[in-house]
Ligand binder design. Structure first.
Ligand code: KIV
Length: 279
């Protein structure tokens, strides 16, 4: 069956459905893709992704910043509203941007509520044991939370760049403790970014909630990629975990060049593309 937009109808993906999606229990891998606007969300949903994430990667992919630190709650909410207008069957998760949950639980709740009122069904936040208070407060306010560990981009200045984390035994153990703490605090899933595959596999095995990997190997309960990265629309460096499925930026430049040439050489518009008196 198809809906009015020609999409195959499918069930609404919910937080409990994602929470229950462990590959060890026979679930299919979770697919999460970012989107930042109405057509992007419509494409992600039509492709059948389980989760559409309005990530704070918005700062880099769409707004042109060098890192994710500059995006505000207001900007995030603006893009969440656009994504929500696509009425995705995929679960709509929105990132809490840097400094929106670091000034105490009251401030964090207020900012999370802005994203929920904009259309998100859950929020994602970075960090481990230092975030359990906020996650418990979100839970008490009926706001589902997704965790994010490893190469957390909001910590870029602490890490000294976008560097793979948890390579050593001690750091891997710390990450595992953080993951257990996030689950105990009420997270319904955790993104694992930029960590060795064996570390991600261990964490995935010990948790009841699903892990969603990005640069974390194949053993996670799901995978996430950034829309602009997988469609070949991102202009910066390409980390090795990014698989490009298209080269849309190049295709866009070629098409736009053709239009420029057609206008300059008088080939656009044609008679068919013009209105005529009395017709
Ligand atoms: O902001 C983002 O796009 C993310 C994903 C990479 C997980 O956090």
């Amino acid at each position: 069956m198809t809906d009015q937009a020609g999409r195959t109808e499918r069930r609404q993906v919910t937080v409990p459905a994602v929470r229950a999606s462990k590959r060890s229990a026979g679930s299919a891998p979770i697919v999460m893709i970012t989107a930042y606007d109405f057509p992007g969300a419509a494409a992600v949903d039509a492709a059948g992704a389980d989760i559409v994430l309005v990530g704070d990667s918005l700062a880099m992919t769409v707004l042109g910043h060098q890192d994710t630190l500059s995006v505000s709650v207001e900007e995030m909410a603006h893009h969440v509203r656009a994504v929500a207008r696509a009425q995705p069957k995929a679960l709509l998760v929105a990132d809490l941007p840097w400094m929106s949950y670091h000034l105490g639980t009251k401030e964090a709740l207020k900012n999370a509520a802005r994203l929920i009122k904009a259309g998100a069904k859950a929020v994602k936040l970075e960090g481990g044991r230092n975030r359990t208070g906020v996650i418990e407060a979100l839970s008490a306010a009926e706001i589902p939370a997704m965790g994010h560990l490893g190469l957390t981009p909001q910590s870029v200045n602490v890490f000294g760049g976008f560097k793979v984390q948890a390579r050593g035994v001690g750091a891997a153990e710390e990450l595992a403790r953080d993951a257990a703490a996030l689950e105990a605090a009420g997270c319904f899933s955790i993104v694992l970014e930029g960590i060795p595959d064996v570390v991600a596999a261990d964490v995935t095995r010990t948790l009841d909630i699903p892990t969603i990997g990005i640069g974390a190997g194949v053993h996670c309960d799901g995978q996430v990629l950034v829309y602009h990265d997988l469609l070949g629309m991102s202009l910066g460096l390409r980390p090795k975990f990014v698989r490009r499925y298209a080269n849309l930026q190049e295709a866009a430049v070629e098409a736009l060049k053709e239009f420029c040439t057609d206008v300059r050489e008088g080939r656009f518009p044609s008679a068919d593309e013009s209105y005529h008196q009395g017709v």
